[in-house]
Design a protein around this ligand. Sequence first.
Ligand code: TYD
Ligand code: MG
Length: 443
Amino acid sequence: MAKTKNIFHCTNCDYRPLKWMGCCPSCKEWESIVELKTNETAKPTADLSFDLVPLCAITTGEQRRMLSGINEWDRVMGGGIMPGSFLILTGDPGIGKSTLLLQIAQQLAQNNRLFYFSSEESLEQIKQRAQRVGCLDSRLLFCEQTNLENIIAITKQEKPDLIIIDSIQNCYSDSSTVIPGSAGQLRESAFHCMRLAKENNIAVILTGHITKEGTIAGPKMLEHMVDGVFYLQGEDRWQTRILRSVKNRFGAIHELGFFEMHEHGLQEVSNINQQLLNEVSYSPGSALISYIEGSRPLLLELQALVVPSKFGIAQRVISGVDQKQVIIIAAILEKYLQIRLSEHDIFFKVSGGFKLKESSIDLGIACALLSSYFQKPMPEKSLILGEIGLTGHIKPINQISIHINEAQKFGLEQLVVAHKQKVEKVQCSLLHYKNVYELLKLF
Ligand code: TYD
Ligand code: MG
């Protein structure tokens, strides 16, 4: 007689506890744990008709990437979309995911077969958007569809080069054993899409919005399953949207693409550094640095405001860089230059709302703090690049030539660098400093 064993699973997150529980220990959902009965004797039989091969027997012909001609998108994808790749585009609701994908789809449809499945909006709504952004190419085919089995079946039959599913959170699967809209369902749907992409060499792009919790039932839990995760993020000023690669098996991570939302859709911004430079004030407290995101250097302004503290404990209000980095540099300056930063409030930010995580901006932070403290601006058109050790010594940074090329392209005139920084062929003048004492010459 067949021996049965009881298995429990959470209908929300698919966690499998050993016994029934009222609250799922994984996702903290109440009464989501149910019993699944499986027959222990009914073990699946393995199929042994496969081969084991050495890698040298595998041919890997160069795959043609799907290029949209929209450079900011193509670059973030790692040089176009790889056929058969499984990607997710995510971001807050209303940020512009559907608009961007519609525009990309229109471009890609010139040379590729492409289906756009909408599970969120009706075809009338999509048409209104398409009229607004001028994407009415007859080669681009749309379908209002929320049933994942239907999407998969038609895709397998028609074999397009690429499909877009907007959004995966609104799709449901008949075969699913878990609650529609739950994390378990999302994971299952994504798994089916992954198989569709890999078994048929059809690229699949999903959209998914970030849920309030950030993780549960959100796209974050799909990150391990997909080839690429791309975030579309908003920037308060200049209507800027930043497309960022957080994971990309076919390109660099932290690659950034810049767009602006206009009346007629998203427009790429190819000269972001010019825009950023136009905003630099060259006033006391401002220091210009260069920071590599993905493969490109960004010219960013660090802004410091150092004011005598009114109350007992000095305030530190810091955004865009690690708070500890600013506090350590302030301590180094206090120790070696005998300036009383601990009796001053420090307010610190990075222009454009970027978040920087590199020691190569240490020297820029020090210059911004000193410039505000002494109320004297840094020399105009100077770029600051260097690391600072706890002993107050200024150290060279890596990849300096990338930063210098960018500085020269935009007519910057001086480089503030470490004494030992090796620099080849530059037109800018160089200001070399050994340690933080020497920085005082600037003020
Ligand atoms: P949408 O692409 O629908 O966002 P998502 O798919 O991420 O939810 O974009 C919605 C916003 O973009 C909406 O607030 C209107 C604005 N928008 C424009 O400003 N210009 C345009 O041409 C379009 C199509 C949208
Ligand atoms: Mg949308």
